[in-house]
Design a protein around this ligand. Sequence first.
Ligand SMILES: Cc1cc2nc3c(=O)[nH]c(=O)nc-3n(C[C@H](O)[C@H](O)[C@H](O)COP(=O)(O)OP(=O)(O)OC[C@H]3O[C@@H](n4cnc5c(N)ncnc54)[C@H](O)[C@@H]3O)c2cc1C
Length: 338
Amino acid sequence: MHRILLIMNDDSSTVPMPVFPEVEMNLVTPKAPVTGTVVKSETCLRGGRKSASFVRHVEIDVSGTPLEGACRAGQSFGVIAPGVAENGKPHKVRLYSLASPTCGEDGEGKIIATTPKRVIDEFTPQKDEDDSDRHELFLGVCSNYVCDLQVGDKVQVTGPSGKRFLLPVDHNKHDYIFMATGTGIAPFRSMCKELFENPDGPTTSQVHVVMGTPYTTDLLYDDLFVKLAEEHDNFHYHTAVSREKQADGSRGLYVGQLVDLKFDDTFGPILTSDRGLMYMCGLVGMQWGIYQLFAEKGITEAYMTIKEDLKDVSHTDWDKEQMRRYIKPTHRLMVEVY
Ligand SMILES: Cc1cc2nc3c(=O)[nH]c(=O)nc-3n(C[C@H](O)[C@H](O)[C@H](O)COP(=O)(O)OP(=O)(O)OC[C@H]3O[C@@H](n4cnc5c(N)ncnc54)[C@H](O)[C@@H]3O)c2cc1C
């Protein structure tokens, strides 16, 4: 049973704010992780021509641990890779968004899922003291560990984490725009399953998923979203593929450009109504263009609290550092970037 948390409107906005549930957090801490068992691992790229990235859908059985039934759509959980880091200390916990709905993959909250992407690259200097000639293979510790796990393998997990990136209590009171880049789609798989595969019946709200990837082959959970769009008139799936030409020969699009392009007929009516909620998840930086777009469209009040320092600066002149410091999303704009 989840208690209800009433969110007070913390800015001068007169627009009604959604009510979010209160959720369990940090039931399992990195100091005392629990053991889960991998029950599924499969690629979740759209396939076809081989993509340059490697992303998997991994399911972990957490039954009998405090995580069972405690992970809510939109939250994350932690994974601790075995072994030690360069400093000789155990690896730090890494967070992974839940891709499973609150009832888990099994309907009983015993099996959670996530969407790890292998961090794989040539070494690039990160600090001033790093040798600029280094170029050996760089493999992220935890992402590759999770992607390598086989069915039956044990894994140390923690969580749940996050209390802000959640669906509101009354699903049908709001309409949703979910913007994702790459693995940022994970929480939206979770939320869309929650909204449309609910024992109480599918939501009556308008739900838009905007998925951004470099190439079509990088689309994640594409089958699920295509199917939802076929089955539900109120579910809409938009893809923004940045490095391929559009069907009409025009240039590739980023998620922000797609929202701008379809603003008047699709996204604007939702965002300007009292029902609109926007969620963004994925690459750090995806939020800056949206903040500027909101300012251009004159819809900042409901979604952003802009501090005095920025109020007299034209939105076209806002730089990233200013936006980071002086803009705070309201409870109608949920941002999770990493
Ligand atoms: C709330 C939240 C949810 C998340 N959800 C997901 C998810 O659903 N799926 C997912 O895949 N990830 C997710 N992440 C990211 C995840 O936590 C890890 O950061 C990611 O998997 C990389 O971890 P790693 O151990 O593989 O890489 P690390 O070993 O930690 O390496 C990454 C670090 O190495 C450095 N580095 C990166 N590239 C290079 C390079 N070429 N050369 C040298 N150094 C480099 C950078 O400092 C970088 O921070 C999420 C993060 C947060 C905060």
